[in-house]
Design a protein around this ligand. Structure first.
Ligand SMILES: NC(=O)c1ccc[n+]([C@@H]2O[C@H](COP(=O)([O-])OP(=O)(O)OC[C@H]3O[C@@H](n4cnc5c(N)ncnc54)[C@H](O)[C@@H]3O)[C@@H](O)[C@H]2O)c1
Length: 336
């Protein structure tokens, strides 16, 4: 199979490429990535020279780049490329619409013309909005996004649906909870807090710290995407979750405990506007129809993840020392 992976230099995309090269040694992967601040070719070190892997630097919202990509023939496309950070979407919503909505639509156009056999849109549980302490979102729950990021992903989902219904395109959408694991850019809470705690710096926790997220190890997510790619029903949506609901405060305490750092490092800061209270997914459909369920125990997965960041200090330092983190330092100072 010849597979396009978009956004393959990011966190989940790079893990997915590694996963596929291991699980499907006969498949050919072409990774197109714009290498934004979140894209990092170091995430793919060791596989650049594989005859089964090819990299194209390109922007999914740029017609010339996408045309160049589609000069070759492919079977599948998995669309990870996106602006992904909620905090940034409050400051630059237009960029989120350009990449996440217009970029997805451009890929759909070319994939339709080139008769791609499966187009997998990697979406998020954030499109459903927020839950209070009870209940779960299933695939028929209404889309009710609250941040510009979530709105851009929800928009891409409905455009994908429209291409599937109107043009009979083989599109499938996956909606996953919060991922954790190696190669995650340290703007996201787990690597952010690990790298801060290692320097004995305060960990800025939004609001009362009681917002709940459902965590899944990135390898379980990759495994679910492969199941959907091979066995999922065209036109359907599949929720993907790890079943590990934790408040941000609980998560922070576990990270500090693994690192042997004191809870006094926790610093509560002013809440993010529109901060969703709880995400929780009902994943019965993917379990029943595709026989998939998450395998990684949360405590083990988190411990391994912390170890990975400890063992890959150079990767962290290189990423953090760039221009990238300046946004965060400024942003959290404003809220402190
Ligand atoms: N991280 C999570 O917890 C999570 C959960 C559910 C769904 N998702 C979805 O999974 C996908 C990947 O998320 P991630 O956490 O790996 O994100 P990430 O920010 O780590 O990576 C995104 C990648 O996309 C690339 N990119 C950005 N704009 C681009 C453009 N215009 N053209 C080409 N490439 C571009 C970046 O360079 C980067 O390599 C996203 O679509 C996201 O919405 C993420």
């Amino acid at each position: 199979m010849r597979v396009i992976v978009t956004g393959g230099a990011g966190f989940i995309g790079s893990n997915f490429i590694r996963y596929i090269l291991k699980k499907k040694p006969g498949w050919d992967i072409t990774n197109i990535d714009a290498l934004t601040y979140a894209g990092n070719l170091a995430n793919l070190s060791g596989i650049e020279d594989s005859p089964k892997y090819k990299f194209i630097k390109g922007d999914i919202s740029n017609p010339e780049d996408v045309e160049r990509l589609f000069e070759s023939e492919y079977d599948y496309l998995v669309n990870f490329a996106a602006e992904t950070h909620v905090d940034r979407s409050l400051y630059e919503p237009g960029l989120f619409l350009k990449t996440n909505v217009l970029g997805t639509q451009l890929l759909l156009n070319y994939a339709l013309e080139k008769r791609i056999k499966r187009f997998i849109q990697i979406s998020t549980d954030e499109v459903y909005g927020s839950l209070e302490s009870e209940g779960y979102f299933d695939e028929s729950s209404p889309l009710s996004p609250n941040s510009p990021y979530a709105a851009s992903k929800a928009s891409a989902d409905v455009i994908c649906r429209s291409y599937s219904r109107t043009f009979d395109m083989p599109v499938i959408i996956t909606r996953c909870g919060n991922n954790y694991g190696p190669y995650q850019f340290p703007e996201k809470v787990i690597p952010f807090f690990i790298t801060k705690a290692l320097k004995d710096e305060p960990l800025p926790l939004y609001g009362d710290g009681l917002n709940v997220r459902d965590w899944i190890h990135v390898e379980d997510h990759c495994d679910a995407i492969l199941a959907v790619l091979e066995k999922g029903e065209i036109g359907e949506v599949y929720n993907i979750g790890g079943g590990n609901e934790r408040t941000n405060l609980e998560l922070t305490r576990i990270i500090l405990e693994i690192l042997g750092k004191p809870e006094s490092l926790i610093k509560f800061v002013k809440d993010r506007p529109g901060h969703d209270r709880r995400y929780a997914l009902n994943c019965d459909k993917i379990k029943a129809e595709l026989g998939w369920s998450a395998q990684m125990d949360f405590a083990d997965g988190l411990r391994k993840t912390v170890e990975w960041y400890l063992n890959n200090k150079k990767w962290c330092d290189d990423v953090i020392s760039g221009e990238y983190m300046k946004f965060y330092e400024l942003h959290y100072r404003e809220r402190s």
